[in-house]
Design a protein around this ligand. Sequence first.
Ligand SMILES: [Zn+2]
Ligand SMILES: [Zn+2]
Length: 211
Amino acid sequence: MIRRPPVKGIQIACPQCHKSTSQFPSNIKRGRRFCSHRCGEIASTTPLPVRFWSHATKTESCWNWNGAVYGNGYGKFGFSNTKTMSAHRVAWMLTYGHIPKRQCVLHRCDNRRCVNPSHLFLGSRRDNTQDALQKNRLAFGERIKTSKLTTLQVQEIRSRLDGHYGEYSHLGREYHVSPETVSLIAKNKIWKQALAQGVCQVSVEVADASR
Ligand SMILES: [Zn+2]
Ligand SMILES: [Zn+2]
Protein backbone atom coordinates (compact mmCIF):
# COMPACT_ATOMS: atom_id res chain seq x y z
CA MET A 1 0.00 0.00 0.00
CA ILE A 2 1.28 3.41 -0.89
CA ARG A 3 1.20 5.90 1.91
CA ARG A 4 0.72 9.47 0.83
CA PRO A 5 2.44 12.06 2.98
CA PRO A 6 -0.13 13.87 5.11
CA VAL A 7 -1.34 17.18 3.68
CA LYS A 8 0.13 19.92 5.79
CA GLY A 9 -1.84 22.89 6.99
CA ILE A 10 -0.67 26.40 6.21
CA GLN A 11 -0.35 28.98 8.95
CA ILE A 12 -2.45 32.00 8.09
CA ALA A 13 -3.93 34.82 10.08
CA CYS A 14 -7.64 34.50 10.80
CA PRO A 15 -9.22 37.37 8.82
CA GLN A 16 -11.51 38.13 11.73
CA CYS A 17 -9.40 37.97 14.91
CA HIS A 18 -5.90 37.88 13.35
CA LYS A 19 -4.86 34.90 15.44
CA SER A 20 -2.63 32.44 13.66
CA THR A 21 -4.55 29.42 12.42
CA SER A 22 -3.57 26.28 10.54
CA GLN A 23 -5.67 25.62 7.43
CA PHE A 24 -5.50 23.11 4.64
CA PRO A 25 -4.90 24.69 1.23
CA SER A 26 -8.12 23.18 -0.10
CA ASN A 27 -10.08 24.86 2.67
CA ILE A 28 -8.45 28.21 2.02
CA LYS A 29 -9.48 27.87 -1.62
CA ARG A 30 -13.04 27.27 -0.56
CA GLY A 31 -12.95 30.37 1.57
CA ARG A 32 -12.79 28.50 4.87
CA ARG A 33 -9.96 30.28 6.52
CA PHE A 34 -11.24 31.40 9.88
CA CYS A 35 -9.75 30.09 13.12
CA SER A 36 -13.14 29.07 14.43
CA HIS A 37 -16.77 28.69 13.51
CA ARG A 38 -17.48 31.74 15.64
CA CYS A 39 -15.08 33.96 13.70
CA GLY A 40 -16.59 32.79 10.40
CA GLU A 41 -20.03 33.63 11.70
CA ILE A 42 -19.03 37.10 12.90
CA ALA A 43 -17.49 37.81 9.53
CA SER A 44 -20.52 36.64 7.58
CA THR A 45 -23.17 38.32 9.71
CA THR A 46 -21.52 41.63 10.59
CA PRO A 47 -22.28 44.38 8.07
CA LEU A 48 -19.21 45.11 6.00
CA PRO A 49 -18.69 48.73 7.11
CA VAL A 50 -18.90 47.72 10.77
CA ARG A 51 -16.43 44.92 10.20
CA PHE A 52 -14.13 47.20 8.25
CA TRP A 53 -14.01 50.08 10.70
CA SER A 54 -13.51 47.73 13.64
CA HIS A 55 -10.01 47.22 12.25
CA ALA A 56 -9.15 50.93 12.36
CA THR A 57 -7.53 52.53 15.38
CA LYS A 58 -8.47 56.19 15.20
CA THR A 59 -6.02 58.80 16.38
CA GLU A 60 -6.44 62.56 16.03
CA SER A 61 -4.70 62.45 12.69
CA CYS A 62 -4.26 59.01 11.12
CA TRP A 63 -6.63 56.11 11.49
CA ASN A 64 -4.27 53.17 11.58
CA TRP A 65 -5.27 49.84 10.15
CA ASN A 66 -4.69 47.20 12.81
CA GLY A 67 -5.71 44.26 10.65
CA ALA A 68 -3.58 42.26 8.25
CA VAL A 69 -1.19 44.06 5.92
CA TYR A 70 0.23 43.28 2.51
CA GLY A 71 3.97 42.81 2.12
CA ASN A 72 4.17 46.34 0.79
CA GLY A 73 2.79 47.83 3.98
CA TYR A 74 -0.75 48.65 2.85
CA GLY A 75 -3.63 47.40 4.97
CA LYS A 76 -5.36 44.27 3.71
CA PHE A 77 -9.08 43.74 4.10
CA GLY A 78 -10.91 40.48 3.45
CA PHE A 79 -13.62 41.93 1.25
CA SER A 80 -15.28 38.59 0.73
CA ASN A 81 -14.35 34.98 1.29
CA THR A 82 -12.02 34.95 -1.65
CA LYS A 83 -11.16 38.56 -2.31
CA THR A 84 -8.90 40.93 -0.44
CA MET A 85 -8.54 44.63 -1.11
CA SER A 86 -6.24 47.37 0.08
CA ALA A 87 -7.79 48.80 3.21
CA HIS A 88 -7.31 52.42 2.18
CA ARG A 89 -9.20 51.76 -1.05
CA VAL A 90 -12.08 50.21 0.86
CA ALA A 91 -12.06 53.21 3.22
CA TRP A 92 -12.43 55.48 0.22
CA MET A 93 -15.26 53.41 -1.25
CA LEU A 94 -17.19 53.26 2.01
CA THR A 95 -16.89 57.02 2.44
CA TYR A 96 -17.06 58.50 -1.05
CA GLY A 97 -18.33 55.69 -3.25
CA HIS A 98 -17.04 54.11 -6.40
CA ILE A 99 -13.38 54.62 -7.36
CA PRO A 100 -13.33 55.83 -10.96
CA LYS A 101 -11.53 53.58 -13.41
CA ARG A 102 -7.78 54.04 -13.63
CA GLN A 103 -7.72 56.10 -10.48
CA CYS A 104 -5.51 55.40 -7.51
CA VAL A 105 -6.33 56.20 -3.94
CA LEU A 106 -3.34 58.11 -2.58
CA HIS A 107 -2.29 59.15 0.88
CA ARG A 108 -1.69 62.74 1.90
CA CYS A 109 -0.05 61.53 5.08
CA ASP A 110 2.37 58.98 3.59
CA ASN A 111 1.22 56.41 6.11
CA ARG A 112 0.31 53.31 4.17
CA ARG A 113 -1.72 51.88 7.03
CA CYS A 114 -3.82 55.00 7.34
CA VAL A 115 -7.50 54.62 6.41
CA ASN A 116 -8.67 58.08 7.46
CA PRO A 117 -10.80 59.15 4.48
CA SER A 118 -9.77 62.79 4.92
CA HIS A 119 -6.15 61.74 4.37
CA LEU A 120 -6.98 60.06 1.08
CA PHE A 121 -7.30 61.54 -2.36
CA LEU A 122 -7.74 60.28 -5.90
CA GLY A 123 -4.97 60.47 -8.45
CA SER A 124 -3.72 58.81 -11.57
CA ARG A 125 -1.07 56.14 -11.71
CA ARG A 126 1.31 58.87 -12.76
CA ASP A 127 0.38 60.99 -9.75
CA ASN A 128 1.02 57.96 -7.60
CA THR A 129 4.52 57.49 -8.97
CA GLN A 130 5.29 61.20 -8.82
CA ASP A 131 3.96 61.30 -5.32
CA ALA A 132 6.07 58.32 -4.30
CA LEU A 133 9.16 59.82 -5.89
CA GLN A 134 8.59 63.06 -4.08
CA LYS A 135 8.21 61.23 -0.85
CA ASN A 136 11.28 59.14 -1.69
CA ARG A 137 9.37 55.95 -1.25
CA LEU A 138 10.65 54.31 -4.38
CA ALA A 139 14.10 53.31 -3.23
CA PHE A 140 15.33 52.91 -6.78
CA GLY A 141 14.22 56.43 -7.63
CA GLU A 142 14.82 57.82 -11.06
CA ARG A 143 18.18 56.24 -11.72
CA ILE A 144 17.14 52.70 -12.54
CA LYS A 145 14.43 52.24 -15.11
CA THR A 146 13.95 48.52 -14.73
CA SER A 147 12.91 46.48 -11.79
CA LYS A 148 12.97 42.81 -11.06
CA LEU A 149 10.18 40.63 -9.90
CA THR A 150 11.05 37.55 -7.94
CA THR A 151 9.46 34.16 -8.42
CA LEU A 152 7.79 34.63 -5.08
CA GLN A 153 6.24 37.91 -6.14
CA VAL A 154 4.98 36.39 -9.36
CA GLN A 155 3.38 33.54 -7.44
CA GLU A 156 1.93 36.09 -5.07
CA ILE A 157 0.50 38.09 -7.97
CA ARG A 158 -1.01 34.96 -9.52
CA SER A 159 -2.56 33.80 -6.29
CA ARG A 160 -3.92 37.23 -5.52
CA LEU A 161 -5.46 37.55 -8.97
CA ASP A 162 -6.99 34.10 -8.75
CA GLY A 163 -9.71 34.80 -11.27
CA HIS A 164 -10.12 38.48 -10.43
CA TYR A 165 -9.12 39.99 -13.69
CA GLY A 166 -9.19 43.72 -14.02
CA GLU A 167 -7.03 44.28 -10.97
CA TYR A 168 -3.95 44.58 -13.11
CA SER A 169 -3.34 48.25 -12.53
CA HIS A 170 -3.98 47.92 -8.85
CA LEU A 171 -1.43 45.12 -8.50
CA GLY A 172 0.93 46.80 -10.91
CA ARG A 173 1.09 49.79 -8.63
CA GLU A 174 1.82 47.65 -5.65
CA TYR A 175 4.64 45.79 -7.31
CA HIS A 176 5.88 48.77 -9.31
CA VAL A 177 5.32 47.16 -12.65
CA SER A 178 3.00 48.11 -15.47
CA PRO A 179 -0.54 46.69 -15.63
CA GLU A 180 0.49 45.09 -18.90
CA THR A 181 3.17 43.12 -17.07
CA VAL A 182 0.65 41.93 -14.50
CA SER A 183 -1.73 40.98 -17.28
CA LEU A 184 0.99 38.94 -18.99
CA ILE A 185 1.80 37.22 -15.71
CA ALA A 186 -1.87 36.46 -15.15
CA LYS A 187 -2.15 34.89 -18.58
CA ASN A 188 1.01 32.86 -17.93
CA LYS A 189 2.64 34.49 -20.91
CA ILE A 190 5.91 35.83 -19.56
CA TRP A 191 6.68 33.84 -16.45
CA LYS A 192 5.67 30.40 -17.70
CA GLN A 193 8.73 30.16 -19.86
CA ALA A 194 11.01 31.69 -17.26
CA LEU A 195 9.83 29.26 -14.63
CA ALA A 196 10.17 26.27 -16.93
CA GLN A 197 13.78 27.23 -17.53
CA GLY A 198 14.37 27.59 -13.87
CA VAL A 199 15.12 31.27 -14.21
CA CYS A 200 14.12 33.10 -11.09
CA GLN A 201 14.12 36.66 -12.23
CA VAL A 202 13.34 38.63 -15.33
CA SER A 203 13.63 42.30 -15.97
CA VAL A 204 10.34 44.03 -16.29
CA GLU A 205 9.41 47.54 -16.96
CA VAL A 206 8.90 49.67 -13.92
CA ALA A 207 5.78 51.79 -13.64
CA ASP A 208 7.11 54.59 -15.73
CA ALA A 209 8.33 57.42 -13.55
CA SER A 210 9.27 59.75 -16.37
CA ARG A 211 5.96 59.70 -18.19
ZN1 LIG B 1 -10.49 34.05 14.48
ZN1 LIG C 1 -3.20 59.48 7.68
